[in-house]
Design a protein around this ligand. Sequence first.
Ligand code: PLP
Length: 325
Amino acid sequence: MLPAMPDRPPRTPLANLPTPLERLDRTSDLLGIDLWVKRDDLTGAALTGNKVRKLEYLCGEALSPAVGADTLITCGAVTSNHCRATAVAAARLGLRSVLILRGDDPEVPDGNLLLDRLVGAETLFITAEQWPAREERMAEVAKRLRSDGRRPYVIPEGGSNALGAWGYRAAVEELDHQAELAGIDVGQIWHAVGSGGTTAGLALGYAGRDVEVCGVAVCDDAAYFDPVIEGLVAPSGLDAHWRIIEGYQGTGYAEATAEELAFYAEVATREGLILDPVYTGKAFRALCLEAAAGRVPRDRAMVFLHTGGIYGLFSFADALASGPR
Ligand SMILES: Cc1ncc(COP(=O)(O)O)c(C=O)c1O
C-alpha cells in the first residue's frame, strides 16, 4: 500500500504518463546486474525529459485562480532543456514565455534554442558574469510585464523548488506500481543532477524506505548540491536521503571527451538507448563504471532514470562523426 500524499498540490497534465520501465538486457548481462531504465525521455516529443514532471506542478500553481498567469518566466543556459520545456509548456497552455538565457545569441539557433523560438518564447541573453543576478533579472522582467498589465509567473532555474520537486515525488508512485508489475525489488535509482530538483523529489518519494537515490553530479559537487537539496526537502519534514556521486563531471559542464562520446555511441548501438553528453550520458556512464568496479548491489534491481536531453546531442555532431566507431 502506497503512503497517502494528502498535501499534493494541483497538477496541470503535460507529460505522457506513465513512461515505460524497460529492462536493459545486454547491459545487465555485461555488468552482472539487473538494470532497468525509466524512460522519462519519452514524456513528450518536444516536451521531453524530467522538466515536464516539475512543470506539471509549477503550471498547476501558475494557472490557479489565485495566480491566473498569462506568461511564464524562467532562466537557464542557452542550451537549457528546462527553458525549452517551459517555453513549449507555455505554448501548449496558451501562455507566453520569457527566457533569460546565459550565453550568446547565435546567428543560427539550433537545438533547444531553435525550439524556444519556434514556440514563440521571448529570449533575453545574459553573460556568465551576470548569471549570479538571474533572480533579480527575472524579477525585473516580471515587474515590466506587470506594468504592461500582464500576469507573469516566475519559475526558478531548473524548475527546482519545493513545488517542482512534487513531480518526482509523485513519479515514485508510478515507478512503484511498475516495479510491482515487473516483480522487481528496486535497490537504487540513478540519475543526473543539474539543479537538484529531481534528486529532491525522488528522495521525498522514497523517504523512509530502503531505496538509495543516487544522483550523479554533472557539474559542481556534493558540497554544493547537498545543501541545495536539503533546502528543497526540509519543509516536508520527511526522512529523505540521497547520495551525490562525484567524479564523473569530466572536463566540465556540457563538455565531453572522446572517450565519453565513444561510450555513448557504444550504448546507443548495444541498447538503442540514446544518451546526451550533458546529463544522461555522464550519469549512465557513472552507473556502469561503478557497477563494473563492483560498487553497486547485485541482489536488487537498479533503475536508471533517463531524464531526456536529446537536443543537447546535436551540438556534438562533429566530434561524434569523427570519433572512434
Ligand atoms: C536532461 C536533463 N537531465 C537531468 C537534469 C538534472 O535535473 P535537475 O535540474 O532536477 O537536477 C537536467 C536539468 O538540469 C536535464 O536537462
